[in-house]
Structures are given as C-alpha cells and as structure tokens.
Design a protein around this ligand. Structure first.
Ligand code: PGA
Length: 226
C-alpha cells in the first residue's frame, strides 16, 4: 500500500485553550467519521508552547496523531537565549519541520544554518521534514521527508497542479535521494486526493486547512478514501 503522510502545520496560531478545544472537536469528528487511518501517518506540527498540552491530550484521548515542532535551534543546549534545542524537543515531539519558506523569508535562514538545524535534530533522534520551494534547492542527505512547497501556493488558495507537483517531486526524489516527498501549498479537503493519488506524492503539508479540526478531519478522510 502507498505511503501517506499528512503533516498539519499550525504555524504561529492558537493559545492553550484553543488547542484544547481543537482536540475535543477533532476527536468528536473522528469518531463520527469513523475514520480509520491507523496505517497512515498524521502529524500535527504545533507551536512549542502547545506541544506539552497536546501530547497529554493526544495520549488521554488515544488519538492517532503524531506531534511535530515547526523549527529547532541550530545550537545545542546552553547560552542561546530564546532558543529551543533539539534535545529539549525530544520527548515532546517526534518530528520537526526545518526550512519552511516563512523561516527562510522572515528569519533569514539560509542553507548553512538549516544544515546545522538538521544535524542537531538528527542527533537528537527527531524526524525531519525539510521544506523546499522547487527542485533546484539543495537538500541535506539525512532528512527523512522533503516537502515541496512552491512559495506562491502557500496560503494563497492557489495550489500547484497535481501533475506539476508530481513531476517536481519526482525530480526532487531523483536529485536528493530522499524517498518520501510530500506537497504543501493551499491543500484542502477538496483537492487533497488529487495530490495523494499521484504516483510520486507521498502526502501533504496543509497549513490553513489544519487549523479547523472539522476541516482537518475531513481532509484526512478525503486523502485516504478519495
Ligand atoms: P497553506 O500552508 O496550506 O496554508 O497554504 C502550507 C504551509 O505553508 O505549510
């Protein structure tokens, strides 16, 4: 069976009480949809401030959700005020997004610092989802998953065509040697199946569509069953 990874990216959104509300509603919706995605991987990439509470709620409700962070420090533990090291994350999250275009754009993260982040995350045993805007960008060898996210498609409601995403993703796989590559950029419950039914696309990275629990549950169901 084809692999399927769905990684929701909450970006810089949600307070503790909003995240608790999300879990309650998501849980209720999953039970209603009777969704069976045990053999698929669904990950929620949340702000650092929510990882602890989400971990507790996911365990308490026995939800089939993994947890990820959206960034990690390029340094280890120590005198780096404000930073969250990979070792601090481990235990709270299994996954981490590195190199999202918003980090590259607003926080000036370049290939060198991203390579350091990947190295630290791997050292701590985290699984890395590494974002690239096209098939020209270099990808560190040790990442687990690449996310192809054309910048113009992020948060615009204009997704790439499934055929073009499939061809860019095939090219990324060939060039990087990474076997799992997913698509991100305006993925919705309505268009998700057109992406995941392509040969080379192993999953999706929805941002906006992961913020609403009902919409996210619908997106997962649509990805699995079409
Ligand atoms: P979007 O975001 O689904 O809201 O376009 C995707 C992303 O930036 O990861």
């Amino acid at each position: 069976m084809k692999l399927l990874l769905i990684a929701g990216n909450w970006k810089s959104n949600k307070t503790i009480s909003e995240s608790e509300d999300w879990i309650q509603k998501f849980n209720a919706k999953c039970q209603m949809l009777n969704a069976k995605w045990e053999n698929k991987t669904v990950v929620l990439c949340a702000p650092f401030t929510l990882l602890n509470i989400l971990k507790e709620s996911i365990e308490a409700e026995k939800l089939p959700l993994g947890l990820g962070a959206q960034d990690v420090s390029p340094f280890g533990d120590g005198a780096y005020t404000g930073e969250i090291s990979a070792r601090m994350l481990k235990g709270l999250a299994d996954w981490v997004i590195i190199g999202h275009s918003e980090r590259r754009k607003y926080f000036m993260e370049n290939d060198e610092v991203l390579a350091q982040k990947v190295a630290k995350a791997k050292e701590a045993g985290l699984k890395v989802i590494y974002c690239v805007p096209d098939d020209k960008m270099s990808v560190p060898r040790s990442v687990d998953v690449v996310a192809y996210e054309p910048v113009w498609a992020i948060g615009t409601g204009k997704s790439d065509s499934p055929e073009n995403a499939n061809s860019v993703i095939s090219s990324i796989k060939k060039q990087s040697g990474i076997h799992i590559v997913i698509y991100g950029g305006s993925v919705t419950a309505e268009n998700v199946f057109s992406f995941v039914s392509q040969d080379a696309i192993d999953g999706v990275l929805p941002g906006g569509a992961s913020l609403d629990p009902v919409m996210f549950a619908r997106l997962i169901t649509a990805a699995i069953s079409g």
